[in-house]
Write a protein that binds this ligand. Structure first.
Ligand SMILES: Cc1cc2nc3c(=O)[nH]c(=O)nc-3n(C[C@H](O)[C@H](O)[C@H](O)COP(=O)(O)O)c2cc1C
Length: 328
């Protein structure tokens, strides 16, 4: 698949996720075969107010490519400015968020709120497309609720406005995360557009990924939560697409090494005081799948320093080395 001139191969992408898809995790996902990664959502309004945090969110690793910077907002001019900043940061593409369901975001008219104001959504897209030379993509939910499935019509209008790919999270705003994704929404969008379509929502296994492509006509899959503590999922999906067979799961040693790399990189990027609390949940995800690992996961919640975290990973490895690992 190509988005503009960007080659996206294998067709397996990391979903943008606030609090997760930072530089450290994107590097990990890329190393495991995710062919396109996107930053956490950056608020165009906050950028316009020179929020330091928003600039941090846009920071890319040297040489990181291909990578998208995702921006959110509903004011065409402010979004155009944010898109230019993203382009200057080195983004290979600018992605517009039309999926975020969080109250704080939709009450400002941003994120998935744009799905119920179609003309406003198109104005934002037109302004962003005009503002930058890099490809513009939109990540959207299917609609505001089940009585207003606007994504198929909107996707068609976005294509006409110059968008180069659509990622569809197959839920409505009102579904939040409570209902299973309904991939039929992806198929409905497919019928309306000829630009690349990326399917998203509840892809948890290589079989899911293949079924999504086969049943919806999407060109690629985007994986979010299933990559928590399991970035190998990108490689497993890509391998399954190519060979129709499964790669073995990573060993305890590989998991411990990955957890440690993630930890150290987060400390380098954010400093120990910020990184350790942020890594508690992540480490717990890596240390899953052995009998007795529950106790280790609970101890993750108490971690305060890098040294403690390193010691816990080492202790888990001693415990897990000889165990049969599962993903549950
Ligand atoms: C913790 C978390 C943060 C998220 N942040 C974003 C975000 O910043 N931008 C966005 O477009 N979607 C965001 N999402 C939605 C995901 O990109 C994705 O659409 C959703 O999780 C469904 O995919 P999955 O079933 O593979 O997880 C977030 C999801 C989670 C779980």
């Amino acid at each position: 698949m190509r988005i503009g001139d960007i080659v996206v191969d294998p067709p397996v992408l990391l979903a943008p996720m606030a609090g997760v898809s930072n530089r450290a995790f994107r590097a990990i996902a890329r190393s495991q075969g995710a062919s396109l990664c996107t930053t956490e959502m950056v608020s165009a309004n906050a950028l316009a107010h020179n929020s330091v945090k928003s600039y941090w969110l846009m920071e890319l690793d040297p040489g990181e490519s291909p990578v998208g910077i995702q921006i959110a907002g509903n004011d065409p001019e402010i979004m155009a400015k944010a898109a230019r900043e993203a382009e200057q940061q080195g983004a290979d593409l600018v992605d517009i968020n039309m999926g975020c369901p969080v109250n704080k975001v939709v009450k400002n008219g941003d994120g998935s709120a744009l799905l119920r104001d179609e003309d406003a959504a198109v104005r934002v897209v037109e302004a962003v497309v005009r503002a930058v030379r890099v490809p513009v993509t939109v990540k959207m939910r299917a609609g505001w609720d089940h009585d207003s499935i606007t994504a198929p019509r909107l996707a068609e209008r976005f294509e006409r406005a110059g968008v180069k790919a659509i990622a569809l999270h197959a839920r409505t705003r009102s579904d939040q995360y409570l209902r299973p994704a309904n991939w039929d929404f992806i198929r409905q969008v497919r019928e309306r557009i000829s630009i690349p379509l990326i399917g998203n929502g509840d892809v948890n296994t290589p079989e899911d990924a293949r079924r999504m492509l086969e049943t919806t006509g999407a060109d690629a899959v985007m994986v979010g939560r299933a990559a928590f503590g399991d970035p190998w999922i990108f490689r497993r999906i890509a391998y399954f697409f190519e060979h129709g067979e499964h790669l073995p799961p990573p060993s305890a040693q590989e998991r411990a090494d990955m957890a440690l790399w993630h930890l150290v990189r987060m400390v380098e990027i954010k400093g120990e005081a910020v990184a350790i609390p942020e890594m508690r949940k992540q480490l717990a995800w890596y240390l899953k799948g052995t009998p007795g690992s529950r106790e280790f996961r609970m101890r993750c919640q108490q971690l305060k320093t890098r040294a403690e975290a390193e010691a816990l990973i080492a202790e888990w490895l001693d415990h897990a080395r000889d165990e049969e690992l599962t993903w549950s």
